[in-house]
Every structure is written in C-alpha cells, then in structure tokens.
Design a protein around this ligand. Structure first.
Ligand SMILES: Cc1cc2nc3c(=O)[nH]c(=O)nc-3n(C[C@H](O)[C@H](O)[C@H](O)COP(=O)(O)OP(=O)(O)OC[C@H]3O[C@@H](n4cnc5c(N)ncnc54)[C@H](O)[C@@H]3O)c2cc1C
Length: 306
C-alpha cells in the first residue's frame, strides 16, 4: 500500500524549501522533489538574503536540506516529476516521476520556478558570472565597472539602464538591431551613455568573464560585464494539466496566499508570478502558501460534530 502524503512539494528552491519547513513543523507528511535545475545554479554567489549574503547556491540548498532532516514527516526525493494526475473519485493526486515511480498525495504545491531564454544564445555562456539580469542581486559586485546593457525594446532599455546607472556611470547600451526613440537616445547621451543599435555578432571573453562585444561592422566594444533582459517561461505544463486558471498575461491566478483556482493545487515562488523575483521573496511566498495548505487541511479534518 502506497504512503499517502498530505502534500507533495515540487521544487526545492527557496519557495518549495520554505514551504516544506513550515509544513514539516506543522507535523504534515510531506515529500519534496527536486532535480537540481534551480535558476541560480549558474551563479557563484547569491546576495541579499538576510544572514546569507554571498552564499553559494548549493550551500544554501544544503543548509535547508539539513534543517529539514529534523522533521521526520519530511522526505526529500531527487527525482524529476513528469506528470500529475487527479483521481477525482478519491480526491487525491498521483505524482509520477521519471524513475517510473508514483506517489499519492492530498495536496500539491508547484514551486518549479521559471527559466530564461536569451535573444543572443552566446549570452548563456556569461550568464551568472559576468552577465546578470537582476541589479539588486549582482549590481554591487559590478559597481563602477564598464558595463553593457543588453535590451531590445524601449521599455526594457529605459528601465534597466536607469536602474544600473545607480551602480556605475560607465554604461553602453546594445539593442542588437532594434531602434530606440530619439528622446531616449538624447536622454542617454546627456549622461554619456552610448547606444549601439547594430546587430551583435559575437561576445568575447575568458572563463565566462565578458571582455568585448563584437558588432556587425566588426567593431569590438570593450566591456567587463553587464545586465540583460531575458524572456522567462515556466518549464512545464503542470498548472495547465491541473486546470489552473491564468490571467491575460499568462500568470497563474491565485488568492494571493498560494491557492490556485484548482482545488488542492497551491503555488509559490517564481512559477506563480511567471516572472523573476528573489530568494527572499520566493521563500516568503513558500511560507505563506504553506500556511494556506495547513489551514485547509486543518479545516477539512477538524470536523464540527456538535
Ligand atoms: C544568475 C542568477 C543570479 C541570481 N542571484 C540572486 C541573488 O544574488 N539573490 C537573490 O535573491 N536572487 C538571485 N537570483 C534569483 C533567484 O535564483 C530566484 O529568485 C529564486 O531561485 C526563485 O526561487 P524559486 O523557489 O521560485 O525557484 P528555483 O530556485 O528556480 O527552484 C525551482 C526548483 O524546482 C525544481 N524543479 C523544477 N522542475 C522540476 C521537476 N519537474 N521535478 C522536480 N523538481 C523540479 C528545480 O530543481 C529547482 O530546484 C538569481 C538568479 C539568477 C539566474
């Protein structure tokens, strides 16, 4: 006979780990699955998480796993979840993994994060080492350096350039073939920020440290790092398969406390918003969604008899 979990958490990033800690402490029977594809695995250090500023991403995870060992009702499983099916008659979910195993649970928490896609694929090589998307996470380490801004539409170009200008005044914007308005160009030039709208043909560097950007004309512009606006997507269709509802921007609709519109399905972290946030925000989301799960289980089981 299969173990029936109170909740299966899919994803051991800060969202899923924090939810699992809260649920383990609430004496719930939890399995947390992870396959090591956390978004920040490409970077050397994580910043801005109170008490853990500068920690290596894997060390952050290891500390969280170690803390979870104190709670005997929690199981940590290194397996990839491939699909989730609802058994409507029993009001349970069946979670199947790539190892051909299946697990039964009352509730599901999706905390599988998001992934990024770059318009210029070579950026992947530098991402997390000298090229980043979040100035709050890595701006301090790149302060006062000659940096590149890679962005392709006016809104992104203005937002990122203004923001990064706070960390360095030595900025050059690369739009990779996209035009910018005369007004934006004029604003930038007044602050000595050059804009290249030519198509990028190559990035040069050493050991993932960016050194120069080569343009279609053959000109190479020296830069020692930068910030980029990637596009983001959810790496699976679990929310669609489980009949969650989405808003007009494609984000999963929730009650603001982790409950989706599908009964028994909860969500936390970047997969909820379908956009990037931070370790701290994802952990807070996980904690909040876990209290919703625990409250719902409590209400369902603590039946009023009188
Ligand atoms: C280069 C880079 C640097 C960053 N630096 C910082 C920083 O300094 N400070 C900061 O606050 N934030 C930083 N971030 C952002 C931070 O990584 C995210 O905000 C945070 O990881 C989001 O947490 P999450 O739990 O939502 O998702 P994730 O951390 O991405 O975790 C999702 C988890 O789900 C698991 N998973 C996915 N699919 C499956 C599946 N099918 N089966 C089993 N497991 C699955 C993955 O293995 C992964 O561990 C950085 C991001 C990047 C890319």
């Amino acid at each position: 006979m299969k173990i029936k979990y109170d909740c299966i958490v899919i994803g051991a990033g800060p969202a899923g780990l924090s939810a699992t800690l809260t649920l383990g402490r609430a004496r719930r029977k939890i399995a947390i699955f992870d396959n090591g594809t956390n978004r920040n695995r490409v970077t050397r250090e994580s910043h801005g998480f109170l008490t853990r500023d500068g920690i290596k991403p894997q060390e952050f995870k290891n500390i969280a796993f170690k803390e979870l060992e104190s709670y005997p009702s929690v199981s940590i499983l290194n397996e990839t979840v491939i699909d989730i099916k609802k058994d409507d008659q029993k009001d349970l979910f069946l979670v199947n993994t790539s190892n051909n195993k299946s697990y039964v649970t009352e509730k599901i928490m999706l905390a599988t994060g998001i992934h990024e896609e770059f318009s210029f694929t070579q950026m992947k090589q530098y991402y997390g080492k000298s090229l980043f998307s979040c100035p709050y996470c890595d701006g301090w380490e790149l302060r006062d350096k000659p940096l590149a801004i890679f962005a392709e539409n006016n809104e992104h170009i203005i937002h990122l350039t203004k923001l990064v200008f706070n960390w360095t005044k030595d900025l050059i914007v690369f739009t990779n073939g996209h035009q910018i308005s005369n007004k934006v160009r004029c604003d930038f030039e007044s602050k000595n920020i050059k804009v290249y709208t030519e198509v990028i043909t190559n990035l040069h560097g050493n050991n993932s440290n960016l050194e120069s950007i080569e343009l279609e004309s053959g000109e190479k512009i020296l830069r020692s790092g930068g910030f980029v606006v990637p596009s983001f997507y959810r790496p699976n269709k679990f929310a669609e398969q489980l009949n969650c509802q989405f808003d007009e921007k494609g984000a999963i609709i929730t009650d603001g406390a982790g409950r989706t519109t599908a009964n028994g399905i909860y969500i936390a972290g970047e997969t909820e918003k379908s956009r990037p946030s931070s370790l701290m925000t994802a952990a807070a989301d996980g904690n909040k969604a876990a209290t919703s799960i625990n409250m719902d289980i409590t209400i369902e089981r603590f039946q009023n008899i009188c």
